[in-house]
Design a protein around this ligand. Structure first.
Ligand code: HPA
Length: 235
């Protein structure tokens, strides 16, 4: 048991999927895992452990934003021994060729700031995904016929953005989408020798203003969970 996770030692698997929304953790565990058991309810940030094709896996909510994700990822890695952490979440599209419902595999995550800024100070550390997970996730997306883009994303600290100029620069520099968690996950994985990847579904688009209707979100979210599970446990 840690400050924010009530699971007993051994209740958390070495492989952890991390959606922002705890109710999505519950849904994904009930939909895709066998014998899923709730291992965390502290602050309603639900976590479940079960198996996928015989492999033990935990699905633990991270909350929204890097400070929240940082708390859970730190405790999962340092106290429970998590070795592979895959964020599954939504993002806003930032390129014309990236469509709603497409999947983005975040190869690198640019930021203005992360909770790790105090360590790096003036250094611009480049948070990047684990290459083996990235490659396996791309293969899983291709075999499922899911439109998938691999490239840089932007991990922002704000959803209600007041810096349209910065978004323009991100788009100009080829950034595929914006979300709020991946960069800190990549940094923590690097610091502690773990593997990390963010698998993202484009739920809205900054240029076109399109947004995924709520009834279609679940289906797209399911593709993303399966891609993440197949990446963690390639056949
Ligand atoms: N901005 C930040 N995070 C997001 C967005 C967005 O437009 N869409 C989904 N997550």
């Amino acid at each position: 048991m840690t400050v924010h996770i009530g699971a007993a030692p051994g209740d958390i698997a070495e492989t952890v999927l991390m959606p922002g929304d705890p109710l999505r953790a519950e849904w994904a565990a009930q939909t895709f895992l066998q014998d899923a058991v709730c291992v965390n309810r502290v602050r309603g940030m639900l976590g479940y452990t079960g198996t996928y094709k015989g492999n033990r896996v935990t699905i633990q909510g991270s909350g929204m934003g890097m400070p929240s994700l940082s708390i859970y990822a730190n405790e999962l890695i340092r106290d429970y021994g998590a070795k592979t952490l895959i964020r599954i979440g939504s993002c806003g599209g930032m390129q014309a060729h990236v469509g709603i419902r497409d999947v983005i595999l975040a190869m690198a995550a640019s930021t203005l700031s992360t909770p790790s800024r105090g360590i790096f100070k003036e250094l611009n550390f480049a948070p990047c995904a684990d290459y083996g997970l990235l490659r396996a996730a791309e293969a899983a997306a291709q075999s499922r016929d899911v439109a998938c883009h691999v490239g840089g994303i932007y991990s922002s600290d704000v959803f209600y953005d007041e810096r349209p100029d910065l978004n323009e620069q991100m788009t100009r520099h080829g950034i595929l989408g914006v979300e709020m968690e991946a960069a800190e996950l990549y940094i923590l994985a690097a610091r502690h020798g773990a593997r990390a990847l963010a698998v993202l579904t484009v739920s809205d688009h900054l240029q076109t203003g399109e947004a995924l209707p709520s009834d279609q979100r679940e289906r797209s979210f399911g593709d993303m969970v399966e891609i993440a599970l197949e990446a963690a446990f390639p056949a």
